[in-house]
Design a protein around this ligand. Sequence first.
Ligand code: ZN
Length: 131
Amino acid sequence: MKVIEISTSKRIEMIDITSHIRRVVKESNVRDGIVVVYVPHTTAGITINENADPSVAKDIENTLSRLVPAGKGYLHMEGNADSHIKSTIVGSSINVIIENGELILGTWQGIFFCEFDGPRRRKVYVKIIEG
Ligand code: ZN
């Protein structure tokens, strides 16, 4: 397993980590298999979506914030209940197929680390399964 370290700079922020995952896959020399990208945090997530137009990530951030606003009305007393809920909506892992040593992503797809309670130092676990 490889660990990628990320420093986030905002409370809510989607960071394109596709190039990091590509590098880990290249360095593994695995030609065919699956890469599992996993976020070991309860107030962050991982998702695949468009990375061509940055407005898409911004729209996702804004919509999640509108659907799950920060603030009062939650039982969790730490003050970041909305961050936990956003994390569960987005999810904590993705899988991508590796073929001929390349990530099989759609033309417009990228892999995004989703920060919901930053700024923080974060980790992303990357596991490659050959097959
Ligand atoms: Zn909390």
